[in-house]
Write a protein of this length. Structure first.
Length: 625
């Protein structure tokens, strides 16, 4: 016998499931059936492709039985791939997915909020503990002789012992608690299976005792008979015509497929015929999966060939940026024994991948046009992956440009580039945007002042991916996208009056430049400020300050120090007063440095020498008082 402790993450997940999902406790059965179905899928594949498994007699099925009385039990049994001792430890004692710790760290302890998060993770086997005091798993791996029993009360530890099982597969027995007692009736169980697992592709049999009465009056006798009945339709759901399927069918199948607790946001079911025959059923979840930005994310699409499961571990079934999509691709043309190496360079598959991506994108577009509310929900979760597509999927770039959304100074929520274009002023020379880390900092940036004054809309880009993606867009329908935190962008705003002032202020600018020395790349008169005395911008060819900070945060060392350009507002009171005292060298140095440092702070930069900043500020305050 060996006793093991659950990995901390498992205990946390168990706690979350038991305490947040109890109002939907019946889903435990869906989760167990879905695991059984996955196990059958895996073995079926082996029996078709691997010589040592071809000789197995394999009639895939799931069997459910129950006992009533004082110690009620419910048993779900399958003749699937099974687990050996090592698998039991790995699958039912640990969670290997990276990012789990981080995800569980977000839990608040508030059942309602936490139950919203579980959708990002998946419910799974541990939901059994909502209805059971203890759970027993007896499993024998196909191709192996020994069976093992895994037992736990879900309170921190489990035990594994050698056991008996006639053949390969897994039997999960729940020792039901008060909450679970109701699942010891034929009708209750049948109802739950029909509701949640009707479209599981393998037959699910329910074993029950039927009581019949024979005779009349005193001779009336009770006759008990063991019966077995198939409960589900057991056909691959995605192969059925759309007209036969209801929204409920799609939603429930999604939950079985993904272990998601939530409903999907929307789905797309297509059956392609012609040179290539295949079916796809794709779902977009309501919440982004928690490991979406982990390099080793779990892919969400399963590949089937003629209804035989091939793999759920292939990341290339859709372009990487669409990794949030869940679902199924079932091809009629691929060979059944297709290996992973072959898959990756298979022409049939790459053409399915290509057209699936196109279909998904046009579905997103259709939703954007017909259901803006749903589209906003979608964008709140998946804008960023779509932006990734802008630099990775050149073939669909035009469509992706229509799909991505940005925040803006003019509208609440999000805008498309198309809608921005429609709002542009007649003589406007570009699509302007400002990038940075924090929305609030950006919205208060002095760089926006002149645009606000002239009523020109600026896109507010606070997603870190914008820094990388947006400059690569270049143009939208022949209009240049211009970063307003770059030096050249304000040339568009320059008036004759600005040019005149620029000339007048030249001597002061020179003095400021001398005072600042190599702290700046240049000092120039600004045409984009109204309320602020100064701002900083990056030279046209340099990365912006935010980009530099991001590169540093990403661990890039030895970055050459890139200096900002300081812009001075000739109309500002401080600048005008300084102009009058420009021969006081010490004063010019103090004010110039403060103008630079305050502009940097507003853009979110940290001062290198805060003590010197304070000294200067005190000197100026002293003069003012
Ligand atoms: N009946 C079964 N037969 C074989 N393996 C099983 C069975 N039930 C569970 N497992 C194994 O245990 C693992 C964990 O199951 P669990 O339901 O917790 O998560 P999951 O199925 O991976 O789904 P998700 O992480 O999406 O919730 C499965 O991935 C599978 O490897």
């Amino acid at each position: 016998m060996s006793k093991h402790q659950f990995q901390t993450e498992v205990s946390q997940l168990l706690h979350l499931i038991i305490h947040s999902l109890y109002s939907h406790k019946e889903i435990f059965l869906r989760e167990l059936i879905s695991n059984a179905s996955d196990a059958l899928d895996k073995l079926k594949y082996l029996t078709l492709t691997q010589d040592e498994f071809k000789k197995l007699t394999f009639d895939p099925r799931v069997d459910i039985s129950y006992t009533e009385g004082d110690k009620p039990t419910l048993t779900v049994s399958d003749n699937g791939i099974g687990m050996n001792e090592e698998d039991l430890v790995e699958n039912l004692g640990t969670i290997a997915r990276s990012g789990t710790k981080n995800f569980l760290g977000k839990l608040t302890g508030d059942a309602k909020k936490d139950s919203n998060l579980i959708g990002q993770f998946g419910v799974g086997f541990y939901s059994s503990f909502m209805v059971a005091d203890s759970v027993e798993v007896i499993s024998r791996k196909a191709g192996e002789d020994t069976a093992y029993k895994w037992v736990s009360d879900g309170k921190g530890a489990y035990e594994i012992t050698p056991a008996e099982r006639e053949s390969f597969g897994t039997t999960v027995t729940l020792h039901l608690n008060e909450e679970g007692k109701e699942y010891t009736g034929r009708w209750q169980i049948e109802q739950v299976i029909k509701k949640y697992s009707n479209h599981v592709a393998f037959p699910i049999f329910l074993h029950y005792t039927a009581t019949e009465y024979e005779g009349e009056g005193e001779k009336r006798k009770e006759k008990k008979e063991q019966k077995v009945e198939q409960i589900n339709s057991a056909s691959a759901m995605w192969k059925r015509p759309k007209s036969e399927l209801s929204d409920e069918d799609y939603k429930e199948f999604y939950k079985t497929l993904t272990h998601d607790y939530d409903e999907p946001l929307f789905w797309l079911h297509t059956q392609a015929e012609g040179t290539q025959e295949y079916t796809t059923l794709f779902y977009v979840p309501k919440k982004a999966p928690f490991d979406l930005y982990q390099a080793d994310y779990k892919p969400g699409v399963k590949l089937y060939v003629k209804r035989v499961f091939i793999t759920d571990d292939e990341k290339e079934l859709l372009p990487v940026y669409l990794r949030f999509v869940r679902g199924i691709i079932d091809s009629e043309d691929l060979p059944l024994n297709v290996s992973r190496e072959i898959l990756q360079q298979n022409r049939i598959l790459s053409s399915i991948t290509g057209s699936s991506a196109k279909k998904l994108l046009s579905e997103f577009q259709r939703i954007a046009e017909n259901n803006p509310e749903m589209y906003t929900e979608f964008i709140e979760q998946f804008n960023r992956p779509l932006k990734e597509g802008l630099y990775s999927d050149f073939a669909n770039r035009e469509t992706l440009l229509e799909l991505v959304r940005f925040k803006s100074t003019e509208v609440e929520g999000y805008t498309s580039l198309k809608a921005y274009k429609e709002r542009m002023k007649e003589d406007q020379k570009g699509i302007y945007y400002i990038t940075g880390e924090k929305e609030e900092t950006l919205r208060n940036s002095p760089l926006l002042e002149a645009y606000k004054a002239k009523g020109i809309e600026v896109l507010v880009m606070d997603d870190e991916i914008d820094e990388i993606v947006v400059p690569s867009i270049g143009k939208y329908e022949e209009i240049d996208l211009k970063a307003i935190n770059k030096s050249g962008s304000s040339d568009d705003l320059k008036t004759e009056d600005d040019k005149k002032k620029e000339k007048e202020i030249k001597p002061l600018i020179k003095k400021i430049k001398d005072a600042l020395g190599d702290k700046v790349k240049d000092v120039v008169a600004s045409s984009r400020l109204s309320d602020s005395p100064s701002c900083i911008v990056a030279d046209e060819s340099d990365p912006s300050m935010q980009m530099q900070q991001m590169l540093k945060a990403m661990g890039q060392k030895d970055l050459p120090e890139i200096k900002p350009i300081l812009e001075i507002n000739p109309d500002h009171e401080i600048v005008k007063k300084l102009e009058a005292k420009k021969d006081d060298k010490a004063l010019v140095e103090d004010v110039a440095t403060l103008l630079l440092e305050q502009a940097m702070m507003i853009e979110g930069a940290e001062l290198k020498k805060p003590a010197e900043f304070v000294k200067r500020l005190n000197r100026i305050m002293n003069m003012a008082l």
